[in-house]
Structure formats: C-alpha cells, structure tokens
Ligand binder design. Structure first.
Ligand SMILES: NC(=O)c1ccc[n+]([C@@H]2O[C@H](COP(=O)([O-])OP(=O)(O)OC[C@H]3O[C@@H](n4cnc5c(N)ncnc54)[C@H](O)[C@@H]3O)[C@@H](O)[C@H]2O)c1
Length: 279
C-alpha cells in the first residue's frame, strides 16, 4: 500500500531536481500527479513516462492565472486536490548587494515568494471545503542562516518560512496543514543555472556540484533531491497528520553550526600557539 494512495498532488517545479524526485516518489506512493513547470519538454516527458496517473501543465508560478489553472487542472482531471507542493524556485539575483538590479530583485521574489503565496491561495479553497489537505512549501536553510545563499534569495526563503507559519494558523482551523521543507546543499541544476550555465550545461556539470557539496555538512554527502522528496512525502502523507506550521530542515546538519572537525582544527591550532608563547 502506498502512503499517498488515492490522493491527488500538484508539484510545482516538478520537471527537475527536488520537484522531479518528489513527483516520482509521490507517484510511486500512489498519488495522482500534476507536474507544473515552465520546462515543458522535461515535464511532458516525465508525465508520459509515469503514465495515466500523471499529467503536465505549463505553469509559471509567478503568474496567478497559471497557478489557478494548474489547481483547476488537478480538480478536473483527477477530481480533487490533497497535496500542494509549492517547490518551484530560482537562485535569482546573484552577487554583492550593489550589483543587484531592481529587476533581478523583483523576479527573485516573484518566483520564490509570490509563487508560494499563489500556490497556497489557490489550493486553499478546495482543501478548506473538504476539510483536509497538506500544503508544503520549499524554503531553504538560507532562510534561517546567513551565508547560505544570495541576499535576495535568502530574504525570500525567510519570508516563505514565516508565511508558512502564519497561514498554517489560519488554514489549520479548517483541517488544512501548511508546512515547509528547508533543504541544505543539494546538487541540482539550480546551482549551475545561478552561475550562468544553460539548463543542459547545468545538468552535465552536476558531478562538479556533487563533489563540492560532499563535505559541506556533518553527514557526508552529497545530499540528493530524493532526500528532500522523502521529507516532503512525510509532510504530504497522513503520517504527519498532527504537524502544522513546521519548518523541516533537510541538510545533513549543515545549518547546525560549525563542524566538529573544523572546531577541533581551530582549537588544536590555538593550543599549539599558546604553548609556543609559554615556552
Ligand atoms: N538545490 C539546493 O541546494 C536547494 C537548497 C535549498 C532550497 N532549494 C529550493 O528547492 C527548490 C527546487 O530547486 P532545485 O534545487 O530542485 O532546482 P532545479 O533548478 O533543479 O528545479 C527547479 C524547477 O523549478 C522550475 N521553475 C523555475 N522557475 C519557475 C517558474 N517561474 N514557474 C514554474 N516553475 C519554475 C524549473 O524549471 C525547474 O524545473 C527551489 O525552491 C529551491 O530554491 C534548493
């Protein structure tokens, strides 16, 4: 028996990375699935591969009509909506604060924050009517720790966390749970895309990102999109029925603090220097 048997899920950003891994996992666990993305070629191919219980819609999450249409598509095609995974995101504005243009600032917020708001807004009515549902938003450890992402991205993700908590207080009273996942260092095309690579190049160079992320957290990595997908599956399923307004960190401990080995190196170095002075 699957953990999402009989449920209908929409996954935004489902064509790639964490969204794709989640789409595959939700589907394998029995969900009927709408993949909503702007990468039509990959999203359509994934829906074809998964079969009749999956469907793809073109959906720019920063555009209200597109998000509403994706939810309407789930209702028309599969007869309901149980899980809304607002996962689409971009690294957006990169560089030091003086380099950030107003256009890049606005686009970063439009996808990462407005996109989440629109997903929640349009999933809410049908879920409230049925008195149940699980909404999951993708934030980031960059939303709770400085130095884990670019400035505007980090601000947007912090806003997603607090938006999640705030809305959970409203929708929870209607039986609808709202939670978020906070991935750490996960090798996906987003990392290369942020550095100016094309989508194809970003996928080809994933190995480079994996190597870079291997030692970035106490649990030896690299983490994988499916690690975040498993956390999202738990929040989507009835296993988390009493969890609402939660920010679930999935980062192998990256945001916990300084690694023990790094601390030890620093301390040993200091002890050696202290001994030198006393001799
Ligand atoms: N990879 C990481 O290390 C990491 C860490 C923390 C948080 N995240 C978050 O995870 C989420 C998924 O990112 P990923 O790492 O899987 O990257 P990814 O680039 O592999 O996937 C992102 C997906 O979102 C889609 N997308 C982008 N803009 C969109 C829009 N306007 N409308 C609809 N779809 C759009 C892309 O086409 C792509 O399919 C994002 O919200 C990201 O911020 C990623």
């Amino acid at each position: 028996m699957g953990r999402l048997d009989g449920k209908v899920a929409v996954v935004t950003g489902g064509s790639s990375g964490i969204g794709e891994a989640s789409a595959r996992l939700f589907h394998a666990e029995g969900a009927s699935l709408v993949i909503a993305d702007i990468r039509d070629d990959r999203g359509e191919a994934l829906a074809r591969e998964l079969g009749p219980r999956a469907s793809y819609v073109h959906c720019d999450v920063s555009t209200e009509a597109d998000v509403k249409a994706a939810v309407d598509h789930a209702l028309a095609r599969f007869g309901g909506l149980d899980v809304m995974f607002n996962n689409a995101g971009i690294a957006g504005a990169v560089g030091g604060v003086e380099e950030v243009t107003v256009e890049a600032f606005d686009r970063t917020l439009a996808v990462n924050l407005r996109g989440v708001f629109l997903g929640v807004k349009h999933a809410a009515p049908t879920m409230k009517r049925r008195g149940r549902g699980s909404i999951i938003n993708t934030a980031s450890v960059a939303g709770i720790r400085a130095g884990y992402g670019n400035h505007v991205y980090s601000a947007a993700k912090a806003a997603v966390i607090q938006f999640t908590r705030s809305v959970a207080m409203e929708l929870g009273e209607h039986g609808v749970r709202v939670n978020c996942v906070l991935p750490g260092f996960i090798p996906t095309p987003m990392i290369g895309l942020a550095r100016g690579l094309s989508a194809e190049e970003a996928e080809e160079k994933l190995r480079v990102v994996e190597e870079a992320f291997t030692g970035a957290q106490p649990i030896r990595g690299p983490g994988a999109p499916v690690d975040v997908a498993r956390a999202a599956l738990w929040l989507a399923s009835d296993d988390s029925a009493f969890v609402n307004g939660h920010a679930l960190v999935v980062d192998g401990g990256a945001s916990g603090g300084r690694m023990w080995s790094t601390y030890q190196e620093a301390v040993v170095g200091l002890e050696e220097r202290l001994r030198e002075r006393t001799l």
